[in-house]
Design a protein around this ligand. Structure first.
Ligand code: ADP
Ligand code: MG
Length: 250
């Protein structure tokens, strides 16, 4: 099953969610591949891998390098990575002119679908062709929603993009859910956002809410998912629970 983790807003917890859900499911014994589809390469860096000096998703998408050549193991058993690199920024210039431009990632990932139980796609903060490629390649979408003002702004445009991708290239795409992130119990707005998301998307809101937790923010600078950096912190607990929901929702 391929999961896209997307929201065109930056800084809402996409990368943190993709890295930590992938690591939790790998820790539980499933074979997992994380594909970094963001030129900023934060997911790669967060797992201690640089795509600058080795084949990356940019080579796969732009130069037709087989995805197997870009797959690298991480320090987490069962968790492999296709890193990104700044070269991927060229996709916004190069891909629009390509034949089948919305399905390049879907085609490239076909062999990975056979090899892994879960594939996670960490999307860039936009609705451009890279995100459309991720939605076209995915079976499921997970939307991180930051517990902050204007959290719901932009979600309707994301859902319109999902509908367009379903209609044109990927009728099988389904939304698994919205995962609320960076919840701060001390602020009123945080609780209000949770209430609002549950009201607007009663079926889609994850039961688990990820708290604001400094360990989650520190872990990437050590190149580790939180379950290895500090397995007993509140952030690790939350992503374990969220991973169980992902597995249960199927
Ligand atoms: P995105 O990929 O959507 O841009 P990130 O996952 O990179 O968002 O998160 C943005 C910033 O917030 C990063 O510095 C990250 O470490 C931090 N962060 C994400 N989730 C949490 C959390 N639950 N608690 C504290 N910091 C977080
Ligand atoms: Mg990111």
């Amino acid at each position: 099953m391929i999961y896209a983790v997307a929201n065109q807003k930056g800084g809402v917890g996409k990368t943190t969610t993709a890295v930590n859900l992938a690591a939790c499911l790998a820790e539980a014994g499933a074979s997992v591949l994380l594909v970094d589809v963001d030129p900023q390469a934060n997911a790669s860096g967060g797992l201690g891998v640089s795509g600058r000096d080795r084949p990356s998703i940019a080579d796969v998408l732009l130069d037709g390098v087989p995805v197997e050549e870009a797959i690298t193991a991480t320090a987490v058993p069962n968790l492999d990575l296709v890193p990104s690199s700044p070269d991927l920024a060229g996709a916004s210039v190069e891909l629009p002119g390509r034949e089948g431009r919305e399905r390049l990632l879907a085609r490239a990932l076909a062999p990975a679908r056979e090899r892994y139980r879960y594939v996670f796609l960490d999307c860039p903060p936009s609705l451009d062709l890279l995100t459309v490629n991720a939605l076209a390649a995915a079976d499921r979408l997970i939307v991180p929603v930051q517990c902050e003002y204007y959290a719901l702004e932009g979600l309707s445009r994301l859902m319109e993009t999902v509908a367009a991708v379903q209609a044109r290239v990927n009728p099988g795409l389904r939304v698994t859910g919205m995962l609320m992130t960076m919840h701060d119990a001390r602020t009123r707005v945080s609780g209000e956002v949770i209430g609002e998301v549950r009201r607007h998307f009663p079926e889609l809101a994850f039961r688990t809410v990820v708290p604001r937790n400094v360990r989650l923010a520190e872990a990437p600078s050590y190149g580790e998912p939180v379950i290895r950096y500090d397995p007993h912190c509140a952030g690790a607990d939350a992503y374990f629970e969220a991973a169980k929901e992902v597995a249960a929702r199927g």
